[in-house]
Write a protein that binds this ligand. Structure first.
Ligand code: PMP
Length: 392
């Protein structure tokens, strides 16, 4: 049975936008008619069906436009988890000499678990190591990628540290050896320009709820029709999405994703500068008053707004329990609840103690300067109190 979570009633400052974002008002407004008035099934040939289908067509174009793709190259899924699973499990496996799957050590669990599930089918999974700056080691990648590699999967930006990964270079190394390249770009969209064609990847995953769209909708991008038509579906049925992903389309979700992508296309540079400014205020404030605090990957090119903050000696769980006004996360949200330090930080060489003393703060488009100043004040006060209590 599922436990009933207890909810804190105090006013909260939400600083967990990498985990999920609220739907933008424009997104909700755009979606509403598709629940009631334009409720048709886009596969139906009557008027209601055609209206829904038209909405889907427009949304597909908006999404494609935001990521620099052709709208025909997108397959709708339920989110980045499904896109990642489809990319890794559905990839054509005709060349039986290619039995190696390479993923970075800091991938999202949906990439790690999906690739591990292939071990039983005779595949091996190897991990591209990460340097202590949070970026994958390209020399190691180049040694690991060989003629037996089927696919290489590396994320565009890490959800915990924000570190941006060298995707173009990885794609080049993979292609040089005839392997495919997949990129989980869920955290990149809306925080940096994304042009899939330039990234040179074969497959890329995206999710609407990371960009002020609804939960439960995402896409998988395919670089070419050949790859798309030779994919093995995970879901079989009515043959929607060119047979690659059967199931009645989530029309309101798709419309919402389209609207969210339209916002990304229209105000990305404004968002980037807003996030960069408030991130800077946050980091300077904390580092000035807590000199032993550390921002992980601080010298690495990061997506703006992601702050992985280590306060040596103060366990993250304790810090979070004593700052109930702040919605932050320890490690990624998907790890929350499990008492294990972040595998991302461990892979970067952060000690177990320091990994356990790390919180992730992720800022968003509606985070204000006031929110940032208030959160810093709360954090700094609590850290000082806990230090006295713990004698550290
Ligand atoms: N990949 C990354 C990098 C993520 O941050 C997330 C969300 N935690 C996912 C995949 C999973 O996305 P979704 O919730 O859409 O399944």
């Amino acid at each position: 049975m599922f436990g009933v979570p207890s909810v804190n009633k105090k006013k909260q400052i939400y600083l967990d936008y990498n985990s999920t974002t609220p739907c933008a008002p424009e997104v909700v407004r755009g979606m509403l008619p598709y629940f009631t008035k334009e409720f048709g099934n886009p596969s139906s040939s009557h008027k209601e069906g055609k209206l829904a289908s038209l909405g889907v067509l427009r949304a597909r174009e908006l999404i494609a436009n935001a990521i620099g793709a052709n709208s025909r190259s997108l397959v709708f899924t339920s989110g980045a988890t499904e896109s990642n699973n489809l990319a890794l499990l559905g990839v054509p496996r005709r060349d039986t000499s290619r039995k190696k799957i390479l993923v970075s050590a800091i991938e999202h669990k949906s990439v790690l678990a999906a690739s591990r599930s292939l071990i039983g089918a005779g595949y091996s999974v190897e991990f591209i190591p990460v340097s202590n700056n949070g970026v994958i080691n390209l020399d190691a990648a180049s040694r690991l990628i060989d003629k037996s590699t089927l696919i290489v999967s590396v994320q565009a930006a890490n959800n915990e540290t924000g570190a941006i990964q060298p995707i173009k270079e990885i794609a080049r190394l993979a292609h040089n050896k005839g392997a495919l390249c997949h990129c989980d770009a869920a955290q990149m969209l809306g925080k940096q320009p994304v042009r899939v064609e330039d990234m040179n990847v074969d497959l890329a995953s995206f999710s609407a709820h990371k960009v002020y769209g609804p939960k439960g909708i995402g896409v998988l991008f395919f670089a070419n029709d050949n790859l798309k038509s030779s994919m093995r579906p995970l879901l079989w049925g009515g043959g929607q999405e060119d047979g690659i992903r059967s199931g009645t389309l989530n029309v309101p979700g798709i419309i919402g994703f389209g609207k969210a992508c339209d916002l990304v296309s229209k105000d990305l540079s404004k968002q980037i500068s807003h996030l960069s400014v408030i991130q800077d205020i946050f980091e300077k404030n904390v580092l000035r008053t807590i000199p032993e605090a550390r921002i992980n990957c601080s010298r690495t090119k990061r997506i703006p707004g992601t702050i992985s903050l280590t306060i040596p000696g103060i366990p993250a769980d304790m810090l979070m329990a004593n700052t109930p006004e702040l919605c932050v996360s320890n490690g990624s949200a998907c790890n929350a609840g499990a008492l294990e330090p972040s595998y991302v930080l461990l892979a970067m060489g952060v000690s177990r103690d320091d990994a356990e003393a790390t919180i992730r703060i992720s800022l968003g488009r509606v985070t204000t300067h006031q929110d940032v100043l208030m959160s810093c004040k709360i954090l700094i006060r609590t850290i000082r109190e806990l230090r006295l209590k713990l004698g550290v």
